[in-house]
Design a protein around this ligand. Sequence first.
Ligand code: GLV
Length: 370
Amino acid sequence: MGKPFRIFATTDIGKEALDRLREKGWEVEVYDHLPAPPKRVILEKVRSGIDALITTLRDKIDREVFAAGSAAGLKVVAQDAVGFDNIDREAANRHRIPFTNTPEVLTDATAEFAFFMLGAVARKLYPAEVQVREGKWTTWHPYLPWLGDEVSGRTLAVIGMGHIGKSVVNKAMGFDMDILCHDPTYEEHSFIEAIRWFMEVRHRERLSRRLQTIEYVSLDDALRRADFVSLHVPLTLPGTAEEPTHHLINEERLRLMKRTAYLVNTSRGPVVDEQALARALREGEIAGAALDVFETEPLPADSPLRDEKLCGKLRLFPHAASAARATRLSPDPNVGMAGRCVQAVIDVLDGNHDGDPRQMPFVVNKEAFS
Ligand code: GLV
C-alpha cells in the first residue's frame, strides 16, 4: 500500500462531502479559520506535497502556486465554485495540472436569487420592511411614502446566456416578461426557438395576457430597450479574451439604459465599473441596481456604493446567490457544489474516466491534455 493521498481544503466546504474523501482512507486537512488562508499558507501546503488542493473564489491560485505544485506533485486544484477567474489557466496548462469547477449544480439557486434581487429592488422590499420595523408605517396610502415598479410584463435583458442566463430566461417567462438575450461569445438559436414555443403555448392557454417575445440582440440594443438588465457573464480580463467582460458595464453603457431601468449583477463584481454605477445612480441615469458581487469583496467601508443617499435604490448582498443549503453542501455530485467539488478530486486521484482529464466532466482546462 502506498501512502494515502493528502488533500488540503482552504476552507470547510462541508463535512459530509469531505467525508467522502476520508472514507477512502485519504488525509483531509481543512484550514480552520474563517478568512481565506494567506498565500504563504497555500504555498507551504502545496510545497509539502499535497495531492489535491480544494479552493474557493477567495484564493488566488497563480503561477507561483502552480509552479510549486508542479515541483511537489500536486495532481489537481478543485474549485468549489462555477467561476474560476481566480485561477491562472495558462499556468495550470503550462504545468499540465488539471483544475476543476462545479458547473450546473448552482444554476437554479443563482438564477432565482438574481430574480429575487430584481424583485427586491424594483418593488422596494427593503425600504418597505424598514418602514414597518422603524414604526414609520402610520397609515395605508395609495402612493405614499413610495411606490415600486412592476416586474410582470416588463422587458428583461439577460447578458450572458450560459446555464444561469438560460435559467433566468426560464423563470422570467412565468412573469410574462419579454426577453432580450445577449452573449458576447455565442448564440444558441435552438434555445430561443424552444422558449418561443413555450411562450406560444402559454398565450394559447391564456396563461399570459399577450404573446411574449424573445430574441438575440446586440449589447447596446439590450441596454437601450430593457427595463431590467441581469448580468450572467464570466469575468474575463483584457488580453485573455476576444471580448473581455471587465467593465462591460461602464459609464457609456449605463448612459444607454433607460432612466427607469434596473441593473442586477450576480456574475462578478469587475464586470461593472462601480464608480460609474454609483454616479449613474446618484444622477438618476438609471432607476436602481441590485448587486451580489463587487470589484473588491467584502465591500470596502469607503465604497461609493455605501452612500446613504443611494440606499433606497441600491440593494447590496454578500456574494450569496448560490448560498442555499443543498446547493452549497450536498455531498451528492448531482446536487451540491461540495459534492461536485469532491467528485472532481476523486475522478483525478482515482484515475476515473480512463485517467484522461479530457473526459472528466468537471475538469475545466481540458485543452492542456490534448
Ligand atoms: C460563485 O460566484 C461561483 O462562481 O460559484
